[in-house]
Ligand binder design. Structure first.
Ligand code: PBE
Length: 267
């Protein structure tokens, strides 16, 4: 592989995902901040389209640079690496964070307690996402709940049941959040809640908990990915802290590409 030809071979294009994703903004920031990326652009469509392009490139051992994140099954399916990011445009370790609307603690203290306690490991989330390759997310989440009754019992310890109170969880439309939100939904349902899940863009997720249109979310990626949305609405929601530590975003390439850093992408 001649590294001098990567930019030309991929037409100086980074394969991105949905326009509203936090990682899309971060990639625009990277294009602005890395001098060697002047003249590069980001192509945005969807996560599914990005994964198709990634798979096709790998089948042909061709170069490709994607906007990537973990946890995600692409790292299990293919041999991939993050490019080093010396300017730290993509941040470091991300925490998936739980936010609740103001007043939820008073209105639904039982749900608030469960949301506040909900915390799991990347391996847990990955196991739900992997199972969801062969079944729907609700079934995959149910399987995880069944197999992790001790953990669930810690979240629900001493929490009273309610009688069909309606609660709305907002989430962003990616597998990471389908996994976590479905698990929380099932646990809240076990305690008698009537749970609605509403998938929306990251900006709307923050807006919903800030205005009270939605009750809570477990889908905030911080401090970097959704940091701008967080700052915009800070003070208008309760921050219940991390529910998963160890997520990451960045530029990702197949391991056979002989570059290590964003700065290795030639202008
Ligand atoms: N993601 C997955 C989203 C959040 C969840 C990293 C692609 C993003 O906003 O970038």
């Amino acid at each position: 592989e001649n590294t001098a030809n990567i930019g030309e071979a991929i037409e100086y294009t980074i394969t991105g995902i949905e326009p509203g994703a936090g990682i899309t903004q971060a990639t625009d920031d990277a294009l602005a901040e890395y001098e060697n990326l002047a003249g590069w652009e980001q192509e945005n469509s969807s996560t599914a389209a990005m994964l198709t392009e990634l798979g096709d490139a790998i089948d042909n051992e061709e170069p490709i640079v994607i906007a990537g994140w973990s946890p995600h099954y692409k790292f299990a399916k293919w041999d991939l690496k993050y490019l080093e990011d010396p300017k730290e445009v993509y941040g470091g370790v991300e925490e998936l964070t739980t936010l609740a609307r103001k007043g939820l603690q008073e209105d639904m203290p039982e749900a608030y307690t469960i949301l506040d306690r909900f915390k799991w490991e990347p391996e847990d989330m990955e196991s739900v996402m992997l199972a969801a390759q062969d079944m729907d997310f609700e079934q995959a989440a149910q399987q995880w709940v069944d197999e992790n009754q001790e953990t669930v019992a810690e979240w629900t310890d001493g929490v009273e049941s309610v009688d069909g109170q309606a609660i709305e969880l907002v989430l962003t439309p990616w597998d990471t959040e389908r996994a976590s939100t479905n698990v929380v939904k099932l646990v809240l349902e076990e305690k008698g809640y009537d749970v609605t899940m509403t998938p929306v863009d990251p900006s709307v997720t923050f807006q919903a908990v800030a205005t009270g249109d939605g009750d809570a979310t477990v889908a905030a990626w911080l401090p970097q990915t959704h940091g701008a949305f967080y700052e915009e609405h800070e003070g208008d929601f309760d921050d219940l802290g991390a529910n998963l530590v160890g997520a990451k975003i960045g530029l990702v390439v197949p391991s056979y590409m002989e570059i290590d850093s964003i700065e290795d992408l030639e202008p």
